[in-house]
Design a protein around this ligand. Structure first.
Ligand SMILES: *Cc1c(COP(=O)(O)O)cnc(C)c1O
Length: 432
């Protein structure tokens, strides 16, 4: 008999907190089985794509210099195209992050005089400067691309009338963000994205539909291109990198759209032909191979956290029983101390930088202090266990990631221990 309880004691987890966690987990057996089934489906999908593309040992070698005839790079892009059900893909370490991938997809497929539409409300913070919603040098706005936005209705549904009125002869590209990111709107399922795209294509058949797929990959068994998206875009230091990719982004989609992106990333005339992969391909391949199970671990962590905190009386989003479409979990603590205690718990569970004590700080671009917990093998990777929150009402923490479920579980138990020690949470007096 292994003594797990004793292992947790070594981490400062009291028997009461440990027992409470075990009790919560007992109620999650069916949820976890469903998540495992999705992971299994997606694991087979990835393996099959690699087999069909004849991934070989020589694909793991890299090129230098111009990177002509980079077999591993070109094959990986075909693997991504199969996994995401698209004609082609651009998967490169030269795409530095998710924002860069999204900016690239937009800037390469829009021309002066075109209009960009977001029918799902305000896009992710960093895109405000890409689009020019907040004035910024080099924004789409500076290049004569206009922007329109239609917010979701109060109940989270699409404002179809508003969208119909917003589409006009200039509307060239529609951007749809799958994940709620750090907003309170619901995350969109692939099915709902499909409904929206069908509606848009009926109004304007040639409009390009791009999905910001960040945090959504492998959460379901289908991906947005299967629901009609012309491009899906994301970051390799989130779900599809499986925690191993140390950098990178992808754009999967229609051949002409991907080609436009390639001509913009490298140069007109060169496109996908150049871009040495250096030594990075093993991490891209192995990361994608692991991604379905890593995403499942992060999802289990999010579901566990929602259940741990909802049953203690805190507001959680999504709630404890809701179906998931991304890996982000929000918990509202109502006090700055709650947010701080949570982040310190996550940090203390890390393998890297566990001894660092996170403090709220004045982060550029934010109107309140922000606290962040991240002890990651890949700097800033949010598929690894991480949490952050602004120090302002209603004092909500956003939590995501966990390369393995045991790590996510340790992190969440540590957060609860911190909250209890700080007097900001208490366990139910009776068993649930
Ligand atoms: C993370 C994220 C981005 C931006 O990605 P970075 O890699 O941080 O630049 C864009 N959209 C959504 C929904 C995200 O979650």
């Amino acid at each position: 008999m292994t003594n797990l309880r004793e292992q947790y004691r070594q981490f400062g987890i009291s028997d009461e907190v440990y027992d409470y966690g075990e009790q919560i987990l007992t109620g999650l057996v069916d949820r976890f089985a469903k998540i495992d089934e999705t992971a299994e489906y997606n694991q087979l999908k990835v393996i099959r794509a690699m087999q069909q593309c004849r991934v070989s040992e020589s694909c793991l070698l890299g090129t230098t210099g111009y990177g002509y005839n980079d077999l591993g790079r070109d094959t990986l892009e075909q693997v991504y195209a199969r996994v995401f059900h698209t004609e082609d893909a651009l998967v490169r370490p030269q795409i530095t992050c998710g924002t860069h991938a999204l900016a690239l997809a937009l800037m390469s497929n829009l021309r002066p005089g075109d209009e960009l539409l977001s029918p799902v409300g305000k896009p992710y913070d960093t895109l405000e400067e890409v689009i020019g919603i907040r004035p910024s040098r080099g924004s789409l706005k500076e290049y004569g691309v206009t922007y329109r936005q239609v917010d979701l209705l109060a109940d989270g549904s699409f404002d179809y009338d508003g969208i119909r009125a917003a589409v006009n002869e200039k509307t060239k590209l529609v951007t749809i963000q799958r994940s709620k990111g750090y907003q309170t709107r619901p995350t969109l399922s692939v099915a709902r994205i499909g409904e929206l795209i069908a509606f848009l294509k009926k109004i304007k058949p040639d409009v390009l539909c791009m999905v910001d797929n960040c945090y959504g990959e492998f959460v379901e068994t289908t991906e947005p291109a299967e629901a009609g998206a012309d491009m899906v875009v994301g970051s390799l230091i989130k779900n599809p990198g499986g925690g191993l990719a140390p950098i990178g982004g992808y754009i999967a989609g229609r051949k002409d759209c991907v080609e436009n992106a390639a001509f913009r990333l490298t140069s007109p005339g060169l496109g996908k032909e150049v871009g040495a992969s250096l030594g990075i391909l093993p991490s891209f391949y192995e990361g994608l191979f692991l991604a379905p199970v890593v995403t499942a671990s992060a999802l289990k962590g999010a579901v566990f956290a929602a259940n741990v905190y909802e049953k203690l009386g805190f507001d959680v989003l999504p709630d404890a029983s809701e179906e998931r479409h991304d890996i982000i979990q929000a918990v509202t603590f109502g006090t700055p101390e709650g947010v701080i205690a949570f982040c310190r718990g996550i940090q203390e569970a890390a393998s890297v930088d566990s001894f660092v004590v996170p403090e709220p700080w004045n982060m550029p671009g934010y109107d309140a202090q922000v606290i962040m917990a991240a002890g990651a093998f890949v700097s800033g990777s949010s598929i690894e266990l991480s949490a952050d929150g602004p120090i302002k009402p209603p004092y909500t923490v956003y939590f995501q990631g966990g390369l393995t479920f045991p790590h996510a579980k340790l992190g969440i138990l540590k957060t609860l221990q911190h909250l209890i020690d700080a007097g900001k949470a208490s366990l139910p007096c009776r068993p649930l």
